[in-house]
Design a protein around this ligand. Structure first.
Ligand SMILES: Cc1ncc(COP(=O)(O)O)c(C=O)c1O
Length: 452
């Protein structure tokens, strides 16, 4: 029998994270301090991040040691399995070989704790007592609550109101690990009060919740802010995913032809494919990297590559990224974790340079793919992850047409056990499809900040 699961032992877990910055095709445009118009300095970031993470954010080192305490935390669920999706292949009748890296086996159910435990660790060693953050789908909030509990830190979560209402059990999960959770926009912050004054029924967005969490951290001495995606240090921590995948593929003598992931802010996909970037750019290997996003929030496929704020209110540095505009509030799709106006600058640069391709899918097609996966491979995917699955199915069907035996590998970023109300809407035919009108994109992009 062929191996279904490709497993690594704990001792084979990567001991270093991979930093892609020295291997990018050109230098990453720096984050800009909106007050000075100059590149951000480490001191600018100290009110909200610990020094250890700021150093990683700007580090030129290719390899960064993973601290023992973080490795110990990882060993609760890592290394994660790489799995051959044989039943899906047979169902599709494709000659392609499909593998998925199963990040849903972590206690909170996604890839997010790979960075959450690292961030909690670096804050803890610098004497921070409390972390604040935003959460969309609730996966990141669960992960940070889990990590804060491991490292004995308090945790305050601003949860996008629409997700707070759609996913009450995610909130309970965060509370089980000891976090306090508020539906954002709240009345607790200046940023939240401002939004509520202009839109009392605001469904919230990741951009708004980030503004609230940053403000909370910046106005409290013992508190720092933690971001679950987008920034370089987050992508860095997620590279354990791609590094393990590389080792696992080597164990079965496979070379990937296509690597696929879903993109909200870019962390799971980047952590998965970045370790393969030198194979493509330096060694000339013919690997495609494909990013899947929703048509309702088409950042990479329809956004502008420009400097923009990471949040809605304009508290964060300006990042050079594909953006739909920081004032853009995406439609209330169920893949809450993909409702973000921007994306990781590292990923955006690679899209701009043509190293990464991007595709966008509608909600119903995505849920159809999710159900196909559940009925073949058994695991019910998170709606975010299902975007990657839809892209995988597309690629596998192309292989069927052309008869090509390609190796398709994707990142299974999380399970959908807390997303059953979304599945319920899908099964009862009530899930709307959104395609963002061009005028709306133009309007949101008209409000971008200017950078000299
Ligand atoms: C399961 C899952 N996958 C993907 C994402 C998207 O985030 P990122 O693009 O940073 O991986 C999220 C975000 O909440 C998520 O919960």
């Amino acid at each position: 029998m062929d191996d279904k699961k490709i497993l690594l032992s704990e001792k084979d877990m990567p001991k270093k994270w991979y930093n892609v910055l020295p291997d990018l095709p050109e230098e990453l445009p720096p984050p800009i301090n909106p007050a000075t118009g100059k590149p951000v300095t480490p001191e600018d970031l100290l009110p909200i991040f610990p020094r250890g993470l700021i150093e990683q954010e700007m580090s030129p080192e290719r390899w960064i040691e993973i601290p023992d305490d973080v490795l110990r935390a990882y060993s609760l669920w890592r290394p994660t399995p790489l799995v051959r999706a044989k039943a899906l292949e047979e169902y599709l009748g494709t000659p392609a070989r499909i593998y998925y890296k199963n990040e849903s086996v972590s206690p909170p159910g996604s890839h997010k704790p790979n960075t959450a435990v690292a961030q909690a660790y670096y804050n803890k060693v610098e004497g921070v007592r409390r972390l604040t953050t935003e959460t969309g789908a609730g996966q990141w909030g669960s992960a940070l609550s889990f990590a804060c509990n491991l490292f004995d830190l308090k945790c305050t979560i601003y949860m996008v109101r629409i997700s707070f209402e759609q996913k009450p059990y995610r909130k309970s999960l965060m509370q089980a690990w000891g976090a306090e959770v508020f539906p954002s926009p709240t009345d607790r912050t200046e940023a939240g009060r401002k939004i509520r004054a202009s839109d009392p029924d605001s469904p919230g967005s990741l951009g708004i919740a980030i503004s609230e969490a940053v403000e909370d951290a910046a106005t409290h001495e013992d508190t720092k802010y933690s971001l679950g995606s987008v920034l370089n240090h987050v992508l860095l921590h997620q590279t354990v995913v791609g590094l393990e995948t590389k080792e696992q593929l080597a164990l079965v003598d496979e070379e990937p032809d296509v690597l696929i992931g879903c993109v909200g802010g870019g962390s799971n996909f980047a952590g998965f494919f970045l370790p393969f970037v030198p194979d493509k750019l330096k060694d000339g290997k013919d690997i495609r990297f494909v990013a899947a996003e929703p048509t309702s929030c088409p950042t990479l496929t329809k956004g502008l590559y420009a400097y923009d704020f990471g949040d809605t209110v304009g508290l964060t540095p300006l990042l050079k990224m594909y953006t739909l505009g920081h004032n853009f509030v995406p439609p209330k799709i169920h893949a809450g974790g993909l409702r973000y106006h921007g994306d990781a600058p590292v990923l955006c640069l690679l899209v701009k340079k043509g190293v990464v391709e991007a595709v966008a899918y509608r909600q119903n097609a995505v849920f159809e793919a999710a159900v196909t996966f559940a009925r073949t491979e058994g695991i019910v995917p998170a709606p975010e992850t299902a975007h990657a699955i839809e892209a995988v199915i597309d690629e596998a069907l192309k292989c069927k047409e052309t008869g090509q035996e390609r190796t398709i590998v994707f990142n299974f970023s999380g399970h959908g056990h807390f997303d059953m109300s979304a599945y319920d809407q899908y099964f009862s035919g009530k899930l709307p499809d959104y395609e963002l009108p061009e005028e709306e994109i133009k309007r949101a992009l008209g409000e971008l900040p200017t950078v000299e």
